[in-house]
Design a binder for this molecule. Structure first.
Ligand code: 26Q
Length: 804
């Protein structure tokens, strides 16, 4: 249907639909409707438009008898959906007019929707971008995950310290989902395995039910829609009637409370939270439900189990769903009677695994005790997988009393990928070196991407309009067309328009900061932005040290030729990550002192708005002049914020890490501020004795800053607050902040100079936007489809049919 929806649907029929929903779906009189009611009504009107293409896609997928992609992820960091749906359907202007006719403001309605924050950061947001691209490309696919009752915690600052509170997105009705009470599966835990005549039966001690909720994910122009299916945990039995009748209400509802715990809350740690039983249960819970569901769908279509890999492609988003391998084998062997060797190879034909990290602490491992207690049958199956697949490799999945999920995912996958060229190379050379030697064709690279619909078209209206005017429409699903902007980089009028679009976004951000936090910033200053999870390897610490050094220099020479800057930070720390929390505290402490200094007030400001999330990213990214991508080389697998910022015309100051390397290759080395050690140099540096102490001695500027911080300049009465942080830099500095500091400071001064030359900066910024098209997640997904899934677009087939 909605190929030309924008022509057939007008504001009048949208208006009628909104009113109908307000009245008959919500039971509200328009005279008494609140903003919430109007949002619900508008969302339902938009949702109606998704249903027909969704059904059509499902039908065509079934008729094509081809392959479906199943993207298994513990996290889907979606953000808001209203604008996404309206923009993809091409009815955002119509919706705006329709809702205005009721005296309601479209932007205020959109802003009323809470973020679906079912993810920590990059990995979860990548999953959301991939869903958008799978639908835009018309590839039949399901996202599978957990319907957490509580997403990522909310962050507040109290005296500069991070304080967490629970997130409650489901306190309001989530209109985008459809409950599917008929799609239910039993999920077992614990118990024992019985054996008779070579047949094994698992008798779980405890069982919960996984119940499905479906959200349609519509692609660009509404041509195709896939499904995001999230599982909620339910008790097998609502409550124990006998206890209830006895008057023991607490005991009566215990089973329900216990079962629901499994999908209650997202783990807020984005590297690891070792050995938590509930985390293992969450992983098995959603993975088992997903495998049971796709197997039921496969069998209902009447295919033979040997042909699974012709119809099923399962992508594991990191090792979190790595139990998929043994679970799938268990179902084929124990339930369907397949021979185990055969089952292992059938399953391997379906599975592929994406690695997102090299950090040793982030590689998932479970103690064998815990694992065997919760999943006794899977434990035995893993031993068989190990004996069958790794016999002469010297590699083991279970070793030293630990079950290693990376090794498990690797041997059960036919393809394993890293997420940037550098990262994939390091995967081959480090974490999986032995496995790579044994299976040299298995590892490949798939550089991450971002959806241009959310991360340019919808979050940056001024730039969208300028691009449309300059190269026409058609770039949002063919992003390399932005290349057509490059010829305008030397046109002063175009650069002025580009700059005006950036200024408009900066004004918009400034107004938001003022309204939300009462913070006043000057949009004429350079907006220098570092937004991402707070982690030592990402080196927010180096950024704030550089800020203090600059502050010192300005105070030493207040009449110098300085470039005014606003340093913007955004990001959360895992609640138990003490070092990251100290960095947040330090940034806020430094902000307090610097922002109060009358000498530097108009030249340097530090702003850290609390509770960074997808929605805040959509505000900050279009307004950024400078993008901070300063991780220790070899530590950031890819980064995706780096892509979003460069696409929106921010220039990058960055290290040769993750996808920064490829961004620099694409936009041109002359349009990128590079500094710092390479990954290999970083490794060599750590082997030098006293490298940090030596670096500090060699840098009076850094030594002065560290002296100030340790000496209490930013911590008032609490003089010792940062003693440990500074002592750790001297003694360990694993992330090489001290060694890269001077190079970073020097690169920042080059940035200052470039920014003051408006023509030069404008040219560089235009060329960044023009040359970032390759980083569209449409390109990434097309490559996964071709090189890993062996599948393609049904949309293309459909239009071929229409033409002939
Ligand atoms: C594991 C075990 C127990 C609890 C939590 C976890 C856990 C949760 C989330 C481990 C890792 C994550 C998330 C990792 C992540 O976001 N990695 C980022 O992935 C991006 C997409 O590929 C990359 O761009 C980033 O470089 C990478 O850091």
């Amino acid at each position: 249907m909605p190929k030309d929806l924008h022509n057939t649907l007008d504001a009048a029929s949208m208006r009628a639909s909104i009113l109908r929903h307000l009245t008959y779906s919500l039971g509200k009189d328009d005279a008494h409707a609140s903003r919430y009611d109007w949002r619900m009504a508008m969302s339902l009107a938009l949702r109606d438009l998704v249903v027909d293409p969704w059904f059509a896609s499902t039908r065509e997928t079934y008729e094509a008898m081809g392959k479906r992609v199943y993207y298994l992820s513990m996290e889907f960091l979606i953000g808001r959906l209203i604008e996404d749906v309206a923009v993809n359907l091409g009815v955002d202007d119509i919706a705006r007019d329709a809702i205005a006719s009721f005296g309601q403001n479209y932007d205020a309605i959109v802003a009323d929707e809470p973020d679906a924050a079912l993810g920590n950061g990059g990995l979860g947001r990548l999953a959301a971008c991939f869903l958008d691209s799978l639908s835009t490309l018309g590839i039949p696919a399901y996202g599978y995950g957990i319907r957490y009752e509580h997403g990522l915690f909310e962050q507040h600052f109290e005296d500069g310290r991070q304080v967490e509170s629970p997130e409650t997105w489901l306190a309001q009705r989530h209109v985008w989902e459809f409950e599917r009470p008929e799609a239910r599966y039993d999920i077992g835990f614990g118990g024992y395995v019985s054996t008779s005549v070579g047949h094994h039966t698992w008798h779980p001690a405890e069982t919960v039910v996984a119940s499905a909720y479906d959200t349609p994910i519509v692609g660009w122009k509404g041509d195709w829609a896939n499904t995001l299916r999230l599982w909620a945990a339910m008790p097998t039995q609502l409550f124990d009637l006998a206890s209830f009748n006895r008057g023991d209400y607490i005991t009566a509802s215990e089973p329900e409370a216990l079962a629901r715990t499994i999908s209650r809350v997202l783990y807020p740690d984005d590297s690891s939270d070792k050995g938590k039983e509930l985390r293992l249960k969450q992983e098995y819970f959603f993975t088992s439900a997903s495998i049971q569901d796709l197997l039921r769908r496969f069998l209902s279509e009447g295919y033979a189990l040997e042909d699974l890999a012709d119809h099923v492609a399962i992508q594991l988003n990191d090792t979190h769903p790595a139990i998929a391998g043994p679970e799938f084998v268990r179902l084929l062997v124990d339930v369907h009677g397949m021979e185990i060797g055969k089952a292992i190879s059938v399953v391997r034909g379906c599975l592929a695994y994406t690695n997102h990290t090299l950090l040793p602490e982030a590689l998932e491992r479970w103690t064998e005790d815990l694992f065997a207690r919760i999943l006794p049958r899977h434990h035995r199956i893993i031993e068989i997988i190990q004996d069958t697949c790794l016999a002469d490799t010297g590699v083991r999945i279970i070793e030293g009393g630990m079950v290693k999920m990376g090794e498990l995912a690797f041997v059960m996958a036919h393809k394993v990928n890293g997420v940037s060229a550098l990262h994939s190379q390091l995967v081959k050379e480090t974490v999986f070196a032995d496995l790579h030697a044994a299976f040299p064709d298995r590892i490949l690279n798939q550089t991450n991407g971002i959806t241009p619909r959310r991360w340019l078209y919808s979050c940056n209206p001024p730039l969208r309009a300028l691009i449309d005017e300059t190269i026409g429409s058609g770039w949002a699903d063919d992003l390399e067309r932005l290349d057509g902007l490059a010829v305008h980089a030397d046109d002063a009028n175009f650069r002025a328009a580009f700059r005006a679009a950036k200024s408009e976004n900066k004004e918009h951000l400034a107004a938001w900061l003022k309204a939300r936090d009462g913070v006043v910033v000057d949009p004429a200053a350079m907006f220098d932005v570092q937004i991402k999870r707070v982690h030592e390897y990402k080196r927010q610490l180096m950024n704030i040290l550089e800020t203090v050094a600059l502050w010192n220099d300005i105070r030493d020479n207040p009449n110098g030729d300085w470039t005014p800057r606003v340093k913007l930070f955004g990001g959360k720390a895992a609640p138990g990550y003490v070092a990251a929390k100290a960095i947040i505290h330090l940034i806020n402490d430094v902000a307090k002192v610097i922002n109060a200094d009358p000498v530097t007030r108009d030249l340097l400001q530090v702003v850290f708005p609390a509770n960074y999330n997808v929605t805040m990213a959509e505000l900050l990214i279009p307004a950024a002049d400078l993008s901070e991508q300063i991780s220790t080389a070899g530590k950031e697998a890819s980064g995706t914020g780096n892509m979003k910022l460069a696409l929106n015309g921010a220039l990058t100051i960055g290290t040769l890490d993750g996808a920064n390397v490829e961004i620099r290759d694409k936009v041109g080395a002359e349009n990128f501020f590079l500094f710092g050690m390479t990954a290999a140099e970083a490794v060599a540096k750590r082997a030098e004795p006293d490298f940090a102490r030596n670096a500090i001695s060699a840098s009076p500027r850094l030594a002065r800053v560290l002296g100030q911080i340790a000496g209490g300049v930013f911590s008032g009465a609490d003089r010792g607050r940062y003693e440990a942080l500074v002592a750790n830099l001297y003694a360990h500095d694993y992330f090489l902040v001290t060694c890269d500091f001077d190079a970073y400071f020097a690169a920042q001064r080059e940035v200052d100079t470039a920014y003051r030359d408006t023509a030069c900066w404008g040219r560089m910024a235009v060329l960044n936007t023009a040359r970032m098209g390759w980083f569209s997640s449409d390109r990434t997904i097309a490559d996964y489809a071709r090189e890993i899934w062996n599948t393609g677009s049904l949309k293309k087939k459909r239009s071929a049919k229409d033409d002939g």
